[in-house]
Design a protein around this ligand. Structure first.
Ligand code: SAH
Length: 249
C-alpha cells in the first residue's frame, strides 16, 4: 500500500475529512442570504464523504454536484446520501477541481470546505469564477492566520505545508482583485477542529493500525497526523479556518 491508499483508508470512514461543522455550514448558508425555496444549481467542490453536501441538500432547494477526485470518498457520500433520502438532490462526480465540467455562468453557488488549498486559494477563486453566474455566490473555507505575527515554529510549519496561508485581509484582497465582492466572514471555532475532526480521527487510529498490522508506513502516517494535532493544540490562538463568502461581480 502506498501513502495515498493509507490516507484514504484512514479518512474514508469519517464524517468529515477536515475541520468544519454542520452548525457552521448552516451559519454560512444563512449569511449568504440565499432564498431557501428558490431552485438553484450548486457545486460542492472537494466534498469528501459529504459533510457539507448533506447539510446543503437538506437546507436548500438545490441541485448539487458533489465533486471529489477520490472515488472512495464519493462512494461513501453516495451511501450516506441514500440513507438520508437525499440522493435525488445530489449528483456525485469523481473529477479534479482544476478540470470542472461546467458551462460558463452555469452555477448559482460554489461551495468548498477545506479543499481549495489543493489548488491554492488564488488559483481556485480565479479558475472557478467562470462557472458562476454574475451575482453568484462563492463560499470557501481556507486556513487563515488570526494574528499579524506568529511564533516561528508555527509560522515555519504552515509556510512549508501551505505557502499560500495568509490573513483574512489578504484573502479578501485576493477576492476583490479577482472580481468578487465580500459578503461575510467568520472563523471556525475550536470545536470544528477538535470535537468534529481531530478527536474522531484519533479514535480511528487503533483500528487503522490493526488493519495494517502496525506497518511502518501506517505508523509514520499517524505520527504526521499526531504532529499536526499537537501543533494545533499549542498554537490554535494563531490560526483557524476562515469561512469566506463572496459574490461574483
Ligand atoms: N469538504 C470535505 C473534505 C475536505 S478535505 C470536508 O469538509 O469534510 C479535502 C478534500 O479535497 C478531500 O476529500 C480530497 O480528496 C479532495 N481533493 C484534493 N485534491 C483534489 C482535487 N484536485 N480535485 C478534487 N478534489 C480534491
Amino acid at each position: 500500500m502506498d501513502d495515498y491508499s493509507l490516507l484514504i483508508d484512514l479518512h474514508r470512514r469519517a464524517q468529515r475529512q477536515g475541520p468544519g461543522g454542520e452548525l457552521e455550514t448552516s451559519k454560512a448558508i444563512e449569511l449568504t442570504g440565499i432564498d431557501l425555496s428558490a431552485p438553484i444549481k450548486l457545486a460542492d467542490i472537494g466534498c469528501g464523504t459529504g459533510a457539507s453536501t448533506l447539510v446543503l441538500a437538506q437546507s436548500l432547494n438545490a441541485q448539487i454536484t458533489a465533486i471529489d477526485f477520490l472515488a472512495d470518498f464519493i462512494e461513501e457520500l453516495e451511501t450516506r446520501a441514500e440513507s438520508f433520502g437525499l440522493s435525488d438532490r445530489i449528483t456525485p462526480l469523481v473529477c479534479s477541481m482544476d478540470n470542472l465540467p461546467f458551462n460558463k455562468g452555469e452555477l448559482d453557488v460554489i461551495w468548498a470546505e477545506g479543499s481549495i488549498y489543493n489548488m491554492g486559494f488564488e488559483t481556485g477563486i480565479n479558475n472557478w469564477k467562470q462557472f458562476l453566474k454574475p451575482g453568484g455566490l462563492l463560499v470557501v473555507s481556507e486556513i487563515t492566520w488570526l494574528t499579524s505575527s506568529r511564533p516561528s515554529e508555527i509560522q515555519r510549519h504552515w509556510e512549508t505545508e501551505y505557502p499560500g496561508i495568509g490573513t483574512a485581509s489578504e484573502k479578501f484582497n485576493a477576492l476583490e482583485s479577482s472580481g468578487y465582492s465580500p459578503v461575510a466572514y467568520f472563523t471556525l471555532p475550536e470545536s470544528c477542529w477538535l470535537d468534529n475532526y481531530y478527536r474522531p480521527l484519533q479514535k480511528r487510529f487503533a483500528d487503522f493500525l490493526n488493519r495494517h498490522e502496525g506497518s511502518e508506513e501506517a505508523q509514520a502516517l499517524l505520527r504526521i497526523e499526531e504532529e499536526e494535532i499537537s501543533l494545533y493544540e499549542r498554537y490554535k490562538a494563531y490560526y483557524s479556518y476562515g469561512m469566506y463568502i463572496a459574490r461574483k461581480l
